[in-house]
Design a protein around this ligand. Structure first.
Ligand code: SF4
Length: 201
């Protein structure tokens, strides 16, 4: 029987496949559109996400929203999730075992969303999704195609909050993503070139 969002969300709620299930507040699955041509995958929930049950709703998420809005991405074209759905204590990086335990849920999520473009936000998402140890600073902004997905690694917005001079790099990578969605026919080109916002969202 084909999977459904209802079954999937209830399996996420019940999941205790790794130790993070015991310490989480809320399980954090997604925000944005349930079916979308573009999927962002980050690392894992932080404190605000854990409290609200939605990914990227803290400061890093607000920065991502600010940049997406300035580049003219409507919410209907994207879906945002994470490598792990429960908050690692003290915001530590999820372990390889935790990411591996959560991978079947992420795979089901991707099948339900059916994106054409997958953007890996940050080194952890890149490493756990591709199994590559290449530094994110070297691979960011470079497209690869795998299993019919156009995949792009870029910096995590939390990194940009700590290194504002790299904001332009994330901005440029999001412009690449926009162009890809235009090429694939999901977005019309913007009438004027978007200007990079300087605030934090
Ligand atoms: S992080 Fe993923 S695998 Fe671990 S308990 Fe949460 S939902 Fe399950």
């Amino acid at each position: 029987m084909p999977d459904s969002w209802e079954n999937f969300l209830s399996d996420c709620e019940r999941c205790r496949a790794c130790p993070l299930g015991a310490t989480r507040g809320k399980v954090v699955v997604y925000r944005g559109s349930p079916k979308a041509p573009l999927m962002f995958i980050g690392e894992g929930p932080g404190a605000e996400e854990d409290a609200r049950g939605k990914p990227f709703v803290g400061q890093a998420g607000r920065l991502l929203d600010l940049l997406l809005e300035a580049q003219g991405f409507p919410e209907s074209v994207y879906h945002i999730g994470n490598v792990v759905k429960c908050r690692p204590p003290e915001n530590r990086v999820p372990t390889e075992a935790e990411a591996a335990a959560c991978k079947p849920l992420l795979a089901r999520q991707i099948l339900l969303v059916r994106p054409r473009v997958v953007v890996m936000l940050g080194a952890t998402a890149y490493r756990y999704i591709t199994q590559s140890k290449d530094p994110i600073s070297r691979v960011r902004g470079q497209w690869t195609e795998k299993n019919g997905f156009h995949m792009l690694p870029t910096f995590h917005p939390a990194y940009i909050l700590r290194n504002d001079r790299e904001r332009v790099v994330l901005w440029q990578d999001l412009a690449l993503v926009r162009r890809k969605l235009e090429e694939l026919g999901y977005l019309d080109p913007l009438p004027n070139q978007a200007a990079m916002p300087s605030g934090r969202g």
